[in-house]
Write a protein that binds this ligand. Structure first.
Ligand code: NAD
Length: 433
């Protein structure tokens, strides 16, 4: 099939590359000229395990192209995917200006039957809005389909190539057929393509992300109780997670969720609920708990240092909002950095992939180290904000030699408490004794 992907960010690039990998001819389009030029010359723009290899292979096989010209991208395409940003507007609701802006342009370009597929996370009713925007300028036949994306950064290629499920919202039989054919190679192991109406599909994405965010905030509250009641959250987690109705995944407490999706999607669903006069109380608490949890570790640090961080220097391991990505959008590490600096501390950070993005955002507000051990030099303590694998089993001897004070505030519960005590560390983690 001939496919256009409009928006070549985290979702668009993975989508375009994975569709090319199954033999489709894909053109990705983006308004960011620098990004497109980089991609055109075979340089990948995001860090995502496994992506670069198939990206390069499909460019070589002439199945994957990049352009800044929307007309060139969509003119021959049978299916046009929208993978555009839907950032929170001033009130927290999803800003549809990118999606509707492109829909408006498409109306002026389309000819013949096309299927426009929305992969962006959008509020219920957006498919109708996209349709109306196109119809302003185009009277031909087309369908607008909702096909929310569930990939997780860090394992995006695997998630896309072998999705748990594909959700497709459309009432059109022709669009259903096209989407079934397109996704057939991705669901060969029998995972379902779930067809539904557009509105249910749009809500499915928000419901999924909001439920996962709720799970995280719930466990963070249980961790708070553990700290106050002398229980151990690891024990509670395994006791609770063995119940099949609950499941083992997504029960790890930490320093709050971040990233480009959970914070904005929770906010957007709260706003959408308000618009239909429904007070989504649980979600409002989920947000509140998450904001508090990001600062919980800072509070622990302040308490340890008698509320005086002036002149203190900290090492920070992890900047990305989660491991295996360079994405720092809404990363808890950035909140921690701001609070510590405001309190008079200095920071030297290390992250395997996210340093360039952090440098772009906050420049020399902090220092950056070449590796995790260099970051420890002269540190009055180490703070762990992202659970990269390489942080899990460090060389404790090198660590001990580099760090000035053997103090660790671990926001990701990477180490065994007893072992750290044996090694002579003051070790504070989340929800553990
Ligand atoms: P992103 O910011 O990484 O990428 C969006 C891209 O769209 C950027 O490259 C931007 O330059 C481009 N763009 C903006 N306006 C354009 C226009 N008029 N024409 C062409 N390109 C344009 O965003 P993302 O993380 O890929 O997210 C895209 C959507 O997918 C969002 O709605 C998000 O909620 C959703 N989503 C994201 C993830 C994720 O893990 N990142 C997962 C599932 C769903």
């Amino acid at each position: 099939m001939k496919i256009a992907v409009v928006g070549t960010g985290y979702v668009g690039l993975v989508t375009g590359t994975c569709f090319a990998e199954t033999g489709n001819k894909v053109t990705c389009v983006d308004i960011d000229e620098t990004k497109v030029n980089k991609l055109k010359s075979g340089n990948i723009t995001i860090y995502e395990p496994g992506l670069e290899k198939i990206f390069l292979r499909n460019i070589k096989e002439n199945r994957l192209k990049f352009t800044t010209n929307l007309v060139d991208a969509v003119i021959d395409a049978e299916i046009i995917f929208l993978a555009l940003p839907t950032p929170p507007g001033a009130d927290g609701s999803a800003d549809l200006k990118y999606v509707l802006g492109v829909a408006d342009q498409l109306g002026k370009i389309l000819s013949g039957y096309k299927v426009i597929v929305n992969k962006s996370t959008v509020p219920v009713g957006t498919a109708d809005k996209v349709k109306a925007a196109i119809e302003k300028n185009y009277s031909g036949v087309f369908d607008v389909v909702s096909n929310p994306e569930f990939l997780r950064e860090g394992v995006a290629v695997d998630d896309f190539m072998k999705p748990d499920r594909v959700v497709v919202g459309t009432k059109s039989e022709s669009a259903k057929k096209l989407m079934s054919d397109l996704y057939a190679p991705f669901v060969r192991q029998g995972n379902p393509i779930i067809f539904m109406d557009e509105r249910s599909s749009e809500l499915t994405k928000y419901a999924a992300n909001s439920f996962l965010a709720t799970k995280i905030s719930f466990m963070n509250e249980i961790a708070q109780l553990c700290e106050r009641m002398g229980a151990d959250v690891d024990m509670v987690r395994s006791g609770v997670g063995s119940d099949e109705r609950i499941g083992k995944r997504f029960l790890f407490p930490g320093i709050g969720y971040g990233g480009s999706c959970f914070p904005k999607d929770v906010q957007a669903l709260i706003m959408s609920s308000d618009e239909v006069d429904y007070d989504f109380e649980i979600l409002k608490s989920v947000e509140k708990v998450n904001a508090r949890q990001k600062l919980h570790i800072v509070q622990k640090i302040k308490t340890y240092f008698n509320n005086d961080l002036r002149g203190k220097h900290f090492s920070l391991w992890g900047l990305a909002f989660k491991p295996n990505t360079d994405d720092i959008r809404e990363a808890p590490a950035l909140v921690i950095i701001d609070s510590l600096i405001e309190a008079g501390a200095t920071i030297c950070a290390y992250d395997p992939e996210a340093i360039p993005n952090v440098k772009k955002q906050i420049g020399d507000k902090i220092k950056y180290a070449e590796n995790q051990y260099e970051a420890l030099v002269n540190a009055d303590g180490l703070i762990i904000a992202t659970e990269w694998s390489e942080f899990r089993t460090p060389d404790f001897e090198i660590m001990g030699n580099k760090i000035k004070s053997k103090i660790i505030f671990d926001g990701r519960n990477l180490f065994d408490v007893n072992k750290m005590n044996e090694l002579g560390y003051y070790y504070k983690s989340i929800g553990r004794k």
